[in-house]
Write a protein that binds this ligand. Structure first.
Ligand code: AHR
Length: 510
């Protein structure tokens, strides 16, 4: 009997074997959208040891550092070519008073970090330390302004401090604090989660507040702010609807937060010990972001058919129980191949919607939630998620190649996800990058890729996998999950045949 797409679906993923090839057709002739490099963005919050101990140890630390930034972390981030970094929060942003974090360190006011563990924040990492880090990394800063507990004046003055080159009080204060030239600050968020920790506002009220605050966030000299409204969480389509209707083109973008998280009350599950069912829940929940994105975009299309307002997924990633023994307010979690799968799948989805999605910021860069890097005192380790970002680097600013995939699905209750996730792009030099994730943790897949619309002469690849879907790197065993050369792709007359091992992520360069 001839197998139809429908019969593949009925078979279910766990019965799929390498004998049932997955079909991928790449339609290079339909390519039109650039994958904004900012989709590969990061998020750094004053939360746990993300800033202190993660990015920053201070110049007098015994931990090797470059002007106070720890050298090992800095070099690892440089290697990722981080395009944009969001700061100082998160929930922290709406309690942050930037003036406390500038000027001589010994005079900086201390505060209590009410959101994250009630610890003392000494403000030794402030505006200069963040913006200088971005300059050193060559990434765009994305500043989250305080709407929840800050004033219009405070926000306006922060923009002036950072970006004014004139004879203005704030530019002079910046000069007095040691920085002559203004920084380039493009991305500016007017509040964070204003429906929750950022002020518990209604969508209507926030829209008016946004209009008011953003009026006084001025463009100084050649600096042009790209203003971002604090957007919806997950399935809150009404929030997007109201903001699109009431704020409209007074914002350049609206954000969206989506966590692969079991819920906000009670246990979120262990980061490293999970059952097959919990794994299937994870990948189907992560995949559901596609439906959520489509629905938010449909609302945006209604008010903005010319696509002038962007959607930024400025917080996303997995959220598990904190590592046993760690501070409950610090959100420090381990990171396994399961997390790498969520990263690979999510990035493939963001690439697909690159017409509207112009930025995404995984939460968070070091030591918090789905981190790239974990540190403990002088020790540092790169996570499986870090390696996904490294393998996907070539998609940044490349042209997305539309494609379709025919394969079986993994299921969890009524939720489904195609077992193989794929994205492809072509860079300015004509090089093609295809990233694939075989979410099936038990079965290999043979993938036939139709590339007939492209000329391809050679292929090389990298693979990320582990002994188990729960494999992870530790300070003592940092190489349990690490990319290696992939030799499972062969050129055919019409494209490629790829043998994807179970639970693997592959990047092919053509
Ligand atoms: O990333 C951790 C927190 O999650 C952020 O501070 C907040 O914006 C979100 O709820």
């Amino acid at each position: 009997m001839k197998k139809t797409l429908f019969s593949f679906f009925l078979m279910g993923a766990l019965t799929l074997s390498a004998q049932t090839p997955v079909k991928v057709s790449i339609h290079a002739d339909q390519a039109k959208n650039k994958i904004s490099k900012e989709i590969y963005g990061q998020f750094s919050e004053h939360l746990g040891t993300c800033i202190y101990g993660g990015l920053w140890v201070g110049e007098n630390s015994s931990i090797p550092n470059i002007k106070g930034y720890r050298t090992d972390v800095f070099n690892a981030l440089k290697e990722l070519q981080v395009p944009v970094m969001r700061w100082p929060g998160g929930c922290f942003a709406d309690e942050y008073h930037w003036m406390d974090g500038v000027g001589p360190k010994e005079k900086r006011a201390k505060m209590v970090n009410n959101n994250w563990g009630g610890v003392v924040e000494d403000n030794s990492f402030g505006t200069h330390e963040f913006l200088n880090l971005c300059e050193m990394l060559g990434c765009e800063p994305y500043i989250s302004g305080n709407v929840g507990s800050g004033s219009v004046e405070e926000m306006a003055k922060w923009v002036e401090y950072m970006t004014s080159d004139g004879e203005s009080p704030m530019a002079n204060l910046r000069r007095q604090n040691g920085r002559e030239k203004p920084w380039n600050v493009k991305f500016f968020g007017v509040g964070n989660e204003s429906w929750g920790c950022g002020g518990n506002m209604t969508a209507d009220y926030y829209s008016d507040i946004y209009r008011r605050y953003s009026t006084y966030c001025r463009d100084f000299g050649s600096n042009h702010l790209y203003k971002i409204a604090s957007g919806a969480s997950d399935y809150d389509y009404n929030w997007t609807d109201v903001l699109m209707k009431k704020i409209g083109d007074k914002m350049k973008a609206v954000s969206l937060h989506y966590y692969t998280c079991k819920g906000w009350e009670g246990s979120k599950g262990s980061a490293t010990k999970f059952t097959t069912d919990e794994y299937l829940w994870t990948v189907t929940k992560a995949a559901e972001i596609e439906d959520v994105i489509k629905k938010h975009i449909a609302i945006m299309d209604k008010y903005d058919p010319k696509n002038k307002i962007d959607l930024l997924v400025d917080e996303w990633g997995t959220w598990w129980d904190q590592e046993p023994g760690s501070h409950p307010g610090f959100l420090y979690q381990q990171n396994t191949m399961r997390d790498a799968m969520v990263a690979a799948l999510s990035l493939n989805i963001f690439n697909k919607y690159s017409e509207r999605i112009k930025m995404a910021n995984i939460a968070q860069v070091v030591n918090v939630l789905q981190a790239m890097i974990l540190t403990d005192g002088p020790k540092m380790v790169l996570t499986p998620t870090y390696y996904v970002f490294k393998m996907y680097k070539g998609h940044m600013d490349a042209t997305e190649l539309p494609l379709d995939v025919q394969c079986a699905e993994l299921t969890y209750k009524d939720k489904k996800v195609p077992a193989v996730s794929v994205s492809a792009s072509k860079n300015a030099k004509g090089g093609i990058l295809i990233t694939m994730a075989n979410l099936d943790k038990d079965n290999a897949q043979t993938v036939d890729v139709d590339l007939s619309s492209l000329k391809v002469s050679k292929v090389s690849g990298t693979i990320l996998t582990g002994k188990g879907i729960d494999s992870y790197n530790t300070f003592d065993k940092p190489d349990e999950v690490k990319p290696t050369e992939f030799k499972g792709a062969k050129l055919t007359k019409t494209g490629l045949t790829v043998t994807l091992p179970a639970k693997s992520i592959v990047a092919l360069e053509l």
